[in-house]
Design a protein around this ligand. Structure first.
Ligand SMILES: Nc1nc2c(ncn2[C@@H]2O[C@H](COP(=O)(O)OP(=O)(O)OP(=O)(O)O)[C@@H](O)[C@H]2O)c(=O)[nH]1
Ligand SMILES: [Mg+2]
Length: 435
């Protein structure tokens, strides 16, 4: 009798171990751990008191959509997208000859980078940003489900939150900007700043009389990447109201940035209005003199200056589209750069834009190869279009832009200069698009 019950106990124990082993196999992760910038590093930042989570419908986040524990240990029950996957097992489809190029439906398999879309907007921008989101989702994010952070100098209203969270396939977060990031710093002489605005209004300089536009430019130059909600991420993709995306995005641009060690990217470049930045270059030269340790040896000075740094040629990357590294913007080099410029007061005594500020920083503080031109992301922000050059690429990417609208090779664009400075071959047919 005693021997019989010992046998039963043995059977139960063996059965238990077999079940435990099968459960372990079905739930084990990748053999090679992902690098910190893949999404598994999420959660090391602060969270904001203004943080509001929006939509959480199925597929929006791997933990929410993971199936419940399954006792049938036939196959892994983990979703094959999201954090914790080995990127080597999921090569990206970069050209039509790559496997998986035509997989444009359903959630894309593979790892995700610790990245977010980011939009600065007013409540009144809701329908314009809705159009932008819809295009970004249709052409890319519906298969990747990246998060979206919205920032505003006022609280977002319910309509804004409802509309945007219903359109974004990832999680949505809403942050209110603290007053110190959206106001005149104490060293600014208010009377002097006001006189500048009056003068610019008379000279009909676009946004020349606007206080809020200046706060916006200063915020985008020095503060968006330091907001508590943004501290949770390593990469951002900036999206403005009323922009358009014209081609399918077949691969993950965030992953491209991370895996190729890119820190800043653009799709359009042009010359800045001289009247808005008369002393910006003087201020940059002062910074270069005071902080030679931050100036990268293999930089892109040739993109900014035609005389070895004496004067600025006004070329800049158009910052209403940007995919970039938040770690770079939070680095000592960029922090010193912004603070030096901010002390000189040109955000208020002139009307310095965040586009030349970001561009000059990228060109001087980064290595040439750390800046990327996303030729395959076709884009419009009034009044300029980037539409990839070449019939084949536009057909492969199912683009709906008119090639005649492409700004890249026209006289007022700096993209041709960017190609020359970097020794890049221009695409076939570019000469036919110069006017
Ligand atoms: N919260 C908030 N956002 C703003 C304000 N002014 C501008 N923005 C946002 O800042 C970004 C840039 O502003 P825009 O008005 O688009 O400036 P722009 O691109 O130079 O000019 P446009 O040609 O008018 O588009 C957009 O995402 C706007 O929604 C403001 O006063 N408050
Ligand atoms: Mg805009």
């Amino acid at each position: 009798m005693a021997a019989g019950s010992a046998r039963y106990v043995r059977y139960i124990l063996v059965g238990f171990f077999v079940l435990a082993a099968l459960y372990y196999i079905s739930n084990s992760g990748p053999i090679i751990p992902p690098s910190p910038s893949y999404e598994s590093s999420r959660g090391n930042g602060q969270s904001s008191s203004h943080h509001t989570t929006g939509s959480t419908s199925e597929g929006k986040d791997s933990s929410a959509s993971a199936p419940k524990e399954n006792t049938t240990p036939v196959k892994s029950t983990k979703p094959n997208f999201g954090p914790g996957l080995d990127p080597k097992e999921y090569p990206m489809a970069m050209t039509p000859s790559d496997p998986a190029w035509n997989e444009l439906s359903g959630i894309k398999e593979g790892p995700r980078v610790n990245a977010t879309f980011v939009t600065l907007a007013r409540n009144s921008d809701v329908w314009e940003i809705a159009r932008s989101i819809r295009q970004v989702e249709d052409r890319f994010n519906r298969r990747y489900n990246y998060d979206w952070v919205f920032l505003n100098d006022k609280p977002f209203d319910d309509t804004f939150k409802k509309v945007t969270s219903s359109l974004v396939s990832g999680k949505t977060h809403y942050g209110e900007i603290p007053k110190e990031h959206w106001s005149f710093p104490p060293h600014i002489d208010q009377d002097k700043a006001q006189k500048v605005r009056e003068d610019m209004a008379q000279r009909k300089i676009i946004y020349g009389d606007s206080v809020s536009y200046r706060h916006m430019c200063r915020f985008e130059s020095g503060f968006f990447f330091r907001q508590p909600l943004m501290l949770n991420y390593d990469y951002y993709w900036r999206v403005e109201p009323s922009v358009e995306l014209f081609c399918d995005v077949h691969y993950d641009p965030f992953r491209y940035m991370h895996e190729n060690n890119k820190k800043y990217s653009f799709v359009l470049s042009l010359y800045e209005y001289v009247e808005t930045i008369p002393t910006l270059w003087e201020s940059v030269r002062k910074f270069m003199k005071n902080h030679p340790e931050h100036i990268e040896e293999n930089n892109s000075m040739g993109f900014l200056s035609d005389d070895g740094g004496e004067t600025y040629n006004h070329c800049h990357f158009w910052s209403n589209f940007e995919i970039g590294s938040l770690k770079w913007l939070r680095s000592q080099a960029y922090t010193d750069f912004f603070e030096s410029l901010d002390k000189d007061g040109g955000f208020f005594y002139e009307r310095w834009g965040d586009a030349p500020v970001h561009s000059i920083a990228a060109a001087l503080l980064l290595k040439k190869e750390e800046i990327h031109f996303f030729n395959d992301i076709a884009y419009y922000h009034v009044p300029f279009t980037h539409c990839p050059t070449g019939d084949k690429i536009r057909a492969d990417l199912k683009c709906h832009c008119n090639p005649k609208d492409n700004f890249d090779w026209k006289g007022y664009s700096c993209t041709s200069k960017y190609f020359d400075v970097n020794g890049l071959a221009k695409p076939e047919g570019w000469e036919n698009q110069t006017d």
